[in-house]
Design a binder for this molecule. Structure first.
Ligand SMILES: [Mn+2]
Length: 316
């Protein structure tokens, strides 16, 4: 055994060395929030953040799409997990809002904050945190999900995971993609609410992806909170969720959506990836999640440079 083999890469996202992952250097920060309380079916989302961090250490730094090692250019800092006081979902939401607002206004601070959940309820806190530190009129949310999550309350709580989008809608307009499970009450709410645009699963899987033009218009000039409930994906590639639904978004379509959101908006301030409930011995969903986090950081922090059209060389 050589000296090198005895030492593991640092315990952070992608196993980056200190000079790349320090808060002073890193333009992207990652905050784990292992919160689980109101999950209604399969449990295990509290294990999500550590499974993603663990899988990320196997993700290749080289990204074929970018023809390089993007993380080394912008740096990613993994903060300690947010310790939540489990008094109530309301207290959690307030805690998350405070933490997000503090991180985004502190010094040093990230250009973009990624959050690893944890159940979807925490996204209500993220939206509130953003509204504290910026003009909510320039904020919009894009939601990937199987569920509309538009209930006013569920099992007696307005802060259930089944109300995640409704609580974001309290703060800003929402564009939701991949939806294939909602209640009668939610369907009626959708018809009369103009602040939410719902792309149902059949439309989000349509080969030409015509909804992407609407999405581009929705995010144009806005600061985006991008919230990804992993159950929005096809359960064939993402079975490790509490409430899997047949149908859903492919990996390629998800990346198309992410490119539009990250490149057409003014900026993405926060993204969260929630509801991973790891399946022991089955690593593909953990790895997908880790790769998704890396792609999002790259689209946000390098994406704009990549979208600039190369100047045409004059031929003489
Ligand atoms: Mn969901």
């Amino acid at each position: 055994m050589s000296g090198e083999d005895r030492f593991q890469a640092p315990w952070n996202f992608l196993g980056l060395p200190e000079e790349i992952s320090s808060p002073q250097h890193a333009r992207g920060w990652l905050l784990p929030i292992p919160y689980e309380s109101t999950t209604s079916y399969g449990a295990g989302t509290r294990e999500g953040p550590s499974a993603i961090l663990s899988a990320s250490r196997q993700v290749e730094l080289y990204d074929h799409e970018f023809q390089g090692e993007p993380a080394l250019a912008y740096g990613i800092h993994t903060t300690p997990a947010l310790n939540l006081v489990h008094r109530s979902p309301e207290a959690m939401v307030a805690n998350v809002a405070e933490a997000v607002a503090e991180l985004l206004t502190g010094s040093p601070r990230p250009e973009v904050l990624g959050i690893l959940g944890g159940e979807h309820t925490l996204s209500a806190g993220v939206a509130r945190g953003l509204a504290k530190i910026m003009d909510p009129a320039s904020l919009v949310a894009v939601q990937i999900d199987a569920h509309a999550d538009l209930r006013e309350e569920y099992e007696g709580s307005p802060f259930s995971h089944a109300c995640a989008a409704r609580r974001i809608l309290d703060v800003c307009p929402v564009f939701q993609i991949g939806i294939r499970n909602l209640s009668l009450g939610e369907a009626e709410f959708l018809k009369k609410n103009r602040r939410v645009r719902t792309v149902f699963s059949e439309e989000s899987s349509e080969p030409r992806g015509r909804f992407l033009e609407d999405l581009a218009r929705f995010v144009k000039g806005k600061t985006v909170f991008f919230t990804i409930d992993l159950d929005g994906l096809d359960p064939a590639i993402m079975p490790a969720v509490g409430t899997p639904e047949p149908g859903g978004i492919s990996w390629q379509r998800l990346l198309e959506v992410a490119r539009v959101v990250c490149r057409q908006s003014r900026k993405v301030a926060v993204f969260d990836i929630v509801e991973l409930a790891p399946l022991p011995g089955f690593r593909a969903p953990d790895f997908l999640s880790a790769k998704l986090v890396y792609k999002l950081f790259s689209y946000i922090l390098l994406g704009r440079e990549k979208t600039k059209k190369p100047k045409q060389e004059k031929r003489s």
